[in-house]
Design a protein around this ligand. Structure first.
Ligand code: FES
Ligand code: FES
Length: 205
């Protein structure tokens, strides 16, 4: 009796996929098996995003998709069609000025070899945006998907805490300024009152 093979062949068709990376549109013919990580590193030469385990365990490959952090090694590149991808290359200002979190990593000694750092920064930015910075314990928990073989965890937590505190101080300063402006805008009305009273007094005479 003739045997029928049950082995399925991997798909070979390429899929036209358009998305943006750090604000720039890209359109590529992709093999559906290609990971976003490989496409970023090998096709787009954005090598800031690192390959550690390639199995979703270390966080070295963390990028943002539409503002959410994902491990790019487990994300098929075709899945990001129509979405915005941000890598570590898109974090600093166009003139090269570091993002406050990148600066805080430098200032707080949050890296040694630097291999895990791009992923740590991308997760740290998400951690700040998500508001998971109430305590050092919160920061550690929400950064626990990012491993550091050099053990720079103390500095990483300090860097994220510093930026969270800076954001809080800026918010408080803004609120104080708004309150002051509101107070000043109320003052002319009060000073008008005596004038109005004077005018009505004159009209009575
Ligand atoms: S390389 Fe993606 S999680 Fe390790
Ligand atoms: S700084 Fe070396 S792996 Fe984290």
């Amino acid at each position: 009796m003739e045997k029928t093979s049950t082995t399925t062949r991997p798909p070979t068709g390429l899929v036209e996929t358009a998305f943006t990376v750090n604000g720039e549109e890209v359109c590529l013919a992709l093999d559906p098996r290609e990971s976003l990580l490989d496409v970023l590193r090998e096709r787009l030469v954005l090598t800031g995003t690192k390959k550690g385990c390639d199995q979703g365990q270390c966080g070295a490959c963390t990028v943002h998709i539409d503002g959410r952090r994902v491990v790019s090694c487990l994300t098929p590149a075709v899945q990001v069609a129509g979405q915005d991808v941000t890598t570590i290359e898109g974090v600093a200002a166009p003139d090269g000025t570091l993002h406050p979190l990148q600066q805080a990593f430098v200032d707080c000694d949050a890296l040694q070899c630097g291999y895990c750092t791009p992923g740590q920064v991308m997760s740290g930015l998400a951690c700040l945006a998500e508001g998971h910075t109430g305590t050092d314990g919160d920061i550690r928990e929400y950064m626990s998907g990012n491993l550091c073989r050099c053990g720079a965890y103390v500095g990483i937590t300090a860097a994220i805490r510093r930026v969270a505190e800076q954001a809080e101080q800026a918010e408080q300063a803004e609120q104080a300024e708004q309150a002051e402006q509101a107070e000043q805008s109320e003052q002319p009305e009060q000073s008008e009152q005596p004038e109005q009273a004077e005018q009505s007094e004159q009209s009575e005479v």
